[in-house]
Design a binder for this molecule. Structure first.
Ligand SMILES: N[C@@H](CCC(=O)N[C@@H](CS)C(=O)NCC(=O)O)C(=O)O
Length: 219
């Protein structure tokens, strides 16, 4: 059986949980925070989560895991069969990660953990997030899903990355990020109504209590 390493507050971990839920794949979870212990580094080279243990070995990097799951469990596909269309899904995922997720992360400490980021960082992040959502708006369809009529892996990544980016933009810059991409808010609402997404959100809320204590003890 597959084993998923990570914790329920992690948006990347939740991307994999949602993919597993959509596909109805059985797995067990080992709850752990990212860490640099010698033991965990043998599993996850950067000490990050998620990591997925398969019968053949361990995989890390969320997009890699999503593709592995789709190739290995083809029921309820998360990528189209057509190679060009598949590449377009990967493009959407890459754009979401590089231009929304990663810039927003630079300000997570201020937005979620109350540690103030410096002004230059905030200026850069504000600019990057606006450019990122504008870029996504240019290549996404939002009809209703990111790439068209079918839910794909790009929607899973959008759901868990754009919500955090949007929280950063709202809290630090008073910008409604999702408003900049017509259709993005509706898609976010549609995804958030799904039972599997609601279940994951409940787990996240509960896990957040312990995670906040863990973070407070670190500082
Ligand atoms: N590129 C990685 C990023 C995963 C990631 O950043 N996970 C966070 C938790 S949400 C983490 O492990 N952070 C700890 C760290 O950056 O050292 C992926 O796609 O899986």
């Amino acid at each position: 059986m597959l084993t998923l390493y990570g914790f329920d507050v992690s948006n990347y971990f939740n991307m994999i949980k949602l993919a597993l839920a959509i596909k109805g794949i059985e797995y067990k979870s080992v709850i752990l925070y990212p860490n640099q212990s010698a033991d965990y580094l043998t599993k996850s080279p950067m000490g990050k989560v998620p990591a997925l243990e398969t019968e053949q070995g361990i995989l890390t990097e969320t997009n890699v895991i999503l593709e592995y799951l789709d190739d290995t469990y083809p029921d309820k596909p998360l990528y189209p069969g057509n190679m060009f269309e598949k590449a377009k899904i990967k493009e959407l995922i890459k754009i979401t990660e590089l231009y929304l997720e990663l810039p927003a992360r630079r300000c997570h400490s201020e937005v979620f953990f109350g540690q103030v980021a410096d002004e230059l960082t905030k200026k850069e992040v504000k600019r990057a997030l606006c450019k990122g959502i504008e870029g996504l708006a240019r290549c996404a369809h939002f009809s209703p899903y990111l790439a068209g009529k079918q839910l794909t892996a790009a929607d899973i990544v959008f759901l868990y990355s754009a919500d955090l980016a949007s929280a950063v933009a709202g809290k630090l810059f008073d910008i409604d990020l999702l408003d900049i991409a017509p259709g993005a808010k509706q898609l976010m609402a549609t995804l958030n109504e799904r039972e599997d997404v609601i279940k994951i959100a409940k787990g996240r809320k509960i896990a957040n209590i312990e995670f906040k204590k863990y973070i407070a003890n670190l500082s």
